[in-house]
Write a protein that binds this ligand. Structure first.
Ligand SMILES: Cc1cc2nc3c(=O)[nH]c(=O)nc-3n(C[C@H](O)[C@H](O)[C@H](O)COP(=O)(O)OP(=O)(O)OC[C@H]3O[C@@H](n4cnc5c(N)ncnc54)[C@H](O)[C@@H]3O)c2cc1C
Length: 456
């Protein structure tokens, strides 16, 4: 055997598996195979001047490389079982929280110290939400910020690189089961291991499907979240963001009784493009460093859709909507809320005259031509509901970017040890369909590593 353990993917799931294996005090030979680049060589060519939109690089530096999809993220580690994944269904609620706290401790000792841990517990904001038909979910939120998140990753890499073998530019193409373990192929090259942990994230979803089908691992379809990113002056949400940083608020619409929820709130942040398999959608983040703060706050409003019979491809549905927006806007579209409710498109001139300055150069257009009516109606209803707790949300100049789509991987059948029916093959993080966040993905990495150590 070349290695005791091969980890596929160097996102948070893979990194924390490697960390736990390296610090177990055992002589375990570990390799991490990552198709992207080392952290310091990850560069997205979009500079907003010469290159304004996605040029579809062979490997996307935003989604791939050391740190995974989370490397340039806002670094919000939500310590909760209420959102971010369903890891607790496999390992129990108490253990899931314990592991998220353990990950937080490691982040704090690797450059994250001094960052704030926010909490929704016992806040008057919760009551204010309830009085207005809105529900604030419980969580503790560690906000590292894009800059500190990067430093933590740098420090983790510096510590791990001599204990674990990292191979970058190593796209795993196939995994075969043998009597003793697994053969892991990177094209022609074959590596062997006793145990294998797969953590290829959302960007590896298609490949994960092929592994499940070749090893007869059962899967089932998952949901897709579709919506918009809202951008408004930071003052409008400051009473929420100063106290909670991120508030996850859920609203049940009157018209269709659909659930609409806020997602990924970025006080004083920026709106950014996100590229998933060539489809450009919108996202956002913010920096811990006040010098990099903007005047705006952004957050997403999302509605979940899950298709099962006869159409099963929830992600395909989300992709089609995102493709439509890419076709009309050449990428992400932006519209003033006032233009949307008046049934007219936004133009360059209307955006220029707006009192809110966009932080992303998106194409002014009409989002009602892209987003299905039911979803859009729900989002508009929620904007009016949020206006009651944060007056100014439903202002004409509030900017809406579309579309924001959260793709979820199909759910891979894994047991309470996060192991598949193929013994010794563990599937963790977002590619398992079980986690959708930094904290849950990282915690699943620690957990799987501990199970592997027991088995070795
Ligand atoms: C812009 C952005 C902002 C975000 N902000 C937040 C946030 O603030 N808080 C939060 O909780 N979550 C956030 N998320 C989500 C979070 O980043 C993910 O939930 C998390 O990174 C999942 O970790 P993972 O290890 O499962 O997968 P990933 O981070 O996706 O890592 C998977 C790695 O596997 C590699 N890989 C894929 N296929 C192969 C292959 N065949 N061979 C070898 N390597 C492969 C990829 O290159 C990638 O580096 C954000 C995501 C984005 C894109």
């Amino acid at each position: 055997m070349d290695y005791d353990v091969i980890i596929v993917g160097a996102g948070p799931g893979g990194i924390f598996s490697a960390y736990e294996l390296a610090h177990a005090g055992r002589d375990v030979r570990v390799a991490v195979l990552e198709l992207g680049k080392p952290l310091d060589r990850r560069r997205c060519p979009i500079d907003g001047k010469k290159i304004k939109s996605c040029v579809h690089c062979q490997t996307c530096s935003i989604m791939s490389g050391f740190g995974g999809a989370g490397a340039f993220s806002d670094g919000k580690y939500n310590i909760t079982n209420q959102f971010g994944g369903t890891l607790y269904e496999h390992i129990g609620k108490a253990q899931a929280i314990e592991l998220m706290q353990y990950v937080d401790k490691i982040n704090m000792s690797h450059g994250g110290e001094g960052t704030k841990l926010y909490s929704t517990a016992n806040t008057r904001i919760k009551r204010m939400c309830l009085e207005n038909g809105l529900h604030l979910l419980d969580a503790q939120v560690r906000h590292l910020g894009t800059d500190k998140n990067y430093v933590v990753l740098e420090n983790l890499y510096a510590e791990l690189k001599d204990k674990v073998e990292f191979r970058f530019g190593a796209a795993v193409t196939e995994i075969r089961r043998t009597e003793e373990g697994y053969e892991v192929f990177c094209g022609e090259e074959k590596l062997t291991c006793r145990k294998c942990i797969i953590s290829v994230g959302r960007s590896g979803s298609k490949w994960m499907e092929s592994v499940c089908s070749s090893l007869n691992i059962p899967t089932k379809s998952n949901r897709v979240d579709i919506g918009l990113r809202v951008e408004l002056p930071a003052e409008i949400f400051s009473h929420l963001t100063d106290e909670l940083y991120e508030s996850k608020i859920v609203y049940r619409t009157e018209k269709f009784e659909d659930m609409v929820r806020t997602f990924c709130m970025n006080p004083h942040g920026v709106v950014v493009n996100e590229n998933t398999n060539g489809i450009v959608t919108v996202n956002g983040h913010s920096y811990e460093d006040p010098a990099k703060h903007t005047e705006n706050t952004n957050f997403a409003l999302l509605v979940s859709k899950h298709f099962s019979e006869p159409f099963k491809d929830s992600n395909g549905y989300g992709e089609s909507i995102a493709r439509l927006s890419n076709m009309l806007g050449g990428g992400v579209m932006v519209q003033r809320f006032g233009d949307l409710v008046r049934g007219r498109r936004s133009t360059e001139a209307r955006i220029r005259e707006s009192f809110v300055t966009p932080t992303l150069a998106a194409t002014p257009g009409d989002l009602s031509l892209v987003i299905p009516k039911r979803i859009l109606d729900g989002i508009i209803e929620m904007i009016y509901a949020l206006d009651k707790i944060a007056p100014g949300t439903a202002n004409d100049d509030t900017l809406l970017y579309g579309v924001e789509v959260k793709f979820y991987n199909m759910e891979v059948e894994i047991n309470e040890r996060l192991e598949t029916c193929s013994p010794g093959l563990f599937v963790i993080g977002d590619c398992s369909g079980v986690t959708h966040s930094l904290s849950h993905a990282s915690a699943s990495g620690v957990f799987a590593a501990r199970c592997v150590l027991e088995e070795l």
